[in-house]
Design a protein around this ligand. Structure first.
Ligand code: SAH
Length: 271
């Protein structure tokens, strides 16, 4: 990246305030944002996006911008923010997938499709189930899956607590993932029941990851998991530390879990 950077409070180089036209010219348009996504995916994650994948991200971004104007799907509304904080952040899981890239994955509380849908765009063999409690968000995910013609993706308008008790889904997944859904002890009660023994939880977490992991010993014991590693993640232009929390499923989860809807969040299995 060669673009010159200026501290936000430096005076503009000319000494004059930039005109409105200049200011807007500095904002990357959707095509620029996707171009940068392609470069970052290559540089940071070693992922070469194909022309079709780049097109898929461009269309997904347009749909997010268009639909977000009508309904509140995501707090991030600028093209570059979406490229970095949604698409690239989701893709940081790819290097950790290994064989699971063509396995079964469940993404719980996916919202507008994160991290599941970007992962499916770059991993065509991934069999993906998206779980989302809010109907309009699940509907949006369905429209993206259809619009992009993604095969092997199912969208469930449901609560994690219900899906985790359903024999069709319970202990069936190689990987369960989530971002920005709940604190780790709560999240583990949503995710671990869905994972087969030997499978993994890969949770995208912010700066509290280590504290939350330390407070999850009891949840791990009760649910049959073992903390493997906290992988630090860096995103361009994002200062706050981020981590991927990797947990291995070591033993079958007791039938008691997940408890009924609302209870995991109300009475977390915290230490
Ligand atoms: N993962 C997305 C959305 C985060 S917002 C992202 O990172 O952008 C959290 C989402 O989780 C919301 O859309 C909310 O409806 C959903 N959610 C929260 N608790 C849930 C539960 N128990 N089961 C299913 N979805 C849940």
């Amino acid at each position: 990246m060669t673009a010159a950077r200026r501290a936000p409070d430096d005076p503009p180089p000319s000494g004059a305030a930039p005109s409105v036209a200049d200011a807007t010219a500095r904002l990357p348009d959707p095509a620029d944002a996707i171009e940068r996504l392609r470069d970052w995916a290559k540089e940071r994650l070693g992922l070469s996006l194909s022309a079709r994948q780049v097109e898929a991200f461009a269309w997904y971004l347009d749909e997010l911008l268009r639909r977000n104007a009508q309904q509140n799907l995501t707090a991030v509304v600028d093209p570059l923010g979406i490229a970095v904080k949604h698409f690239l952040d989701s893709l940081t899981l790819v290097p950790l997938l290994g064989q699971a890239a063509s396995g079964r994955m469940v993404d719980v509380g996916t919202g507008a499709g994160f991290p599941g849908l970007p992962l499916r765009i770059v991993c065509p063999g991934l069999r993906l189930v998206l779980v989302e409690a809010t109907g309009k968000k699940a509907e949006f995910c369905r429209s993206i899956v259809e619009g992009l013609g993604l095969k092997g993706v199912e969208v469930l308008h449901a609560r994690a607590e219900e899906v985790g008790r359903d024999p069709q889904h319970r202990q069936r997944y190689d990987v369960a993932t989530a971002r920005a859904v709940a604190a780790l002890p709560v999240l583990l009660e949503y995710l671990l029941p869905l994972v087969r023994v030997g499978g993994r939880v890969l949770a995208l977490k912010g700066e509290n990851a280590a504290v939350e992991a330390h407070g999850s010993q009891r949840a791990l014991e009760l649910l049959g998991g073992r903390l493997q590693q906290l992988h630090p993640v860096e995103l361009p232009g994002v200062a706050e530390p981020r981590y991927i929390v990797e947990v291995e499923k070591t033993a079958a989860t007791s039938e008691i879990y997940p408890r009924r809807t609302g209870i995991p969040a109300k009475r977390p299995l915290a230490d």
